[in-house]
Design a protein around this ligand. Structure first.
Ligand SMILES: [Zn+2]
Length: 114
């Protein structure tokens, strides 16, 4: 369950931001998560709940925004949407691709009580 390690790392980031800005309570956390991360939203929510206990983000609303995958083929320069289990270029069938989007795990915003 790699969601838990993601949630723990996320909480470290949130804690650092909260202490820098002297925030005691966070209301909402918005995450942008690339689909290639294979994060299961329900599991992420549970991991977030567990990891946030005792932190300023405890009880905060977790908003998860999925970022679609995008890749470019090195052979024919085609831009396409890879599936998590199929990274072959649909035009030329080659597997030499560069991932452009879809591997994000970004803390996009925090909404705080003031
Ligand atoms: Zn191609």
């Amino acid at each position: 369950m790699h969601e838990m390690s993601l949630a723990v790392a996320l909480m470290e980031e949130i804690n650092a931001i909260a202490s820098q800005n002297q925030v005691e309570r966070i209301q909402e956390v918005e995450l942008h998560i690339g689909v290639l991360k294979q994060v299961v939203p329900v599991v992420m929510q549970e991991a977030f709940n567990a990891a946030s206990i005792g932190t300023p983000a405890e009880g905060a609303l977790l908003k998860q925004v999925a970022i679609d995958a995008q890749a470019s083929c090195r052979s024919c320069k085609n831009i396409f949407t890879p599936e998590p289990d199929n990274f072959l270029c649909p035009v030329c069938g080659q597997g030499l691709i560069d991932i452009l989007k879809g591997e994000e795990f970004i803390l996009q915003s925090l909404t705080c009580e003031s």
